[in-house]
Design a protein around this ligand. Structure first.
Ligand code: DGY
Length: 326
């Protein structure tokens, strides 16, 4: 029997054609809502799911009685009920590694843009306000030679720190559940408590995954510990930060600036003040969004789903407990 895959992420023609050689594929290039009848119908028959940015709930899983594996086109898997998937014996795969460098580039883009006020000053020109040589009122802060505080020191955190230490001569502090001795050697990084990092770092960059333990990790108290000159960058998940507290800290200039690729609610609601604040650089969750990397992520997800449905162990299995070799 030909197995059925329901794909709702962006796949290119070549990837789709290859997948269709071996599987029946129901493909939704744009999915506005998982309630679409055609999507629900395909879900009922699907053995595998491939996609991104869709919240998978236990109720949705009830609609997918044949489902054996999900390959998310993302490294983060906070959209999936991992324990519930494991209980049902459904494999969950993600796409680490292939997006590390691109996402770290986004982190550094935000660090530089926020510290040097790049978006605010580009807008200043666009408005026709550049009439004489700019003065102190428009100066930014240096990044090179400063202290970079990494909250989370996994693959992406390490790649941001590498750019800081080796490219910009920054001292690196990190807070992480476990020590990373190899990275300490490579980058001269020092592990410290979160409070110490917050009070010492000039640039603070969040890269922890969203879990119950990291939800609202950075709130009013934590913004209060930061230097008034601090630049705060979040490329992880919006819910790691208490957004109301962050807006307050930015409005009152308790901290200097923020560079944000992620938000509590995405897409950002139109009433959010964040994109309009001059000391904020806000991007629409572009962490891994380059042609090369999104193609590589989709390919990795396809490799994972193919292996899973062929009874082989996928490359990037999130829930090991669900794996039982034939
Ligand atoms: C991920 O893969 O989790 C990223 O946030 C998507 O850009």
């Amino acid at each position: 029997m030909t197995q059925r895959i329901l794909a709702y992420g962006r796949l290119n023609d070549d990837q789709l054609a290859k997948l269709r050689r071996d599987f029946h594929v129901d493909y939704f290039a744009h999915l506005d809502s998982p309630d679409e009848p055609a999507f629900r119908a395909a879900l009922r028959e699907a053995h595998g799911l491939v996609g991104a940015s869709l919240k998978i709930t236990p109720a949705l899983l009830d609609e997918a009685p044949q489902l054996r594996a999900i390959a998310s086109i993302s490294v983060g898997y906070d959209n999936y009920p991992v324990d519930e998937l494991t209980r049902r014996g459904i494999l969950l795969c993600n796409t680490p590694d292939v997006l590390t460098e691109t996402t770290a580039d986004t982190g550094f883009l935000l660090i530089l843009a926020a510290a040097r006020r790049a978006v605010e000053l580009a807008e200043f020109i666009r408005q026709g306000d550049w009439r004489s040589s700019i003065g102190e009122a428009h100066f930014g802060s240096d990044v090179h030679g400063k202290t970079l505080g990494m909250i989370g020191f996994g693959r992406i955190g390490a790649a941001v720190a590498r750019r800081g230490a080796l490219g910009f001569g920054m001292r690196v502090l990190y807070s992480n559940a476990s020590p990373k001795p190899a990275l300490e050697n490579e980058l001269g990084a020092t592990r410290c408590e979160l409070d110490e990092l917050l009070s010492q770092a000039d640039v603070i960059c969040v890269t922890v995954p969203l879990t119950p333990a990291t939800e609202k990790l950075i709130g009013r108290r934590e913004f209060g510990l930061m230097k008034p000159s601090a630049v705060f960058v979040n490329i992880a998940r919006g819910k790691v930060v208490n957004e109301t507290a962050m807006i307050q800290a930015l409005k009152s200039r308790q901290i200097q600036a923020a560079g944000l690729d992620v938000f509590e609610q995405e897409p950002l609601p139109s009433e959010s003040p964040l994109p309009f604040m001059t000391n904020v650089v806000a991007l629409p969750h572009i962490g891994s969004a380059t042609h090369e990397t999104r193609t590589a992520m989709a390919q990795r997800a396809l490799d994972n789903i193919r292996l899973a449905l062929e009874g082989e162990r996928p490359i990037d299995l999130v829930n090991d407990e669900a794996w039982s070799p034939a």
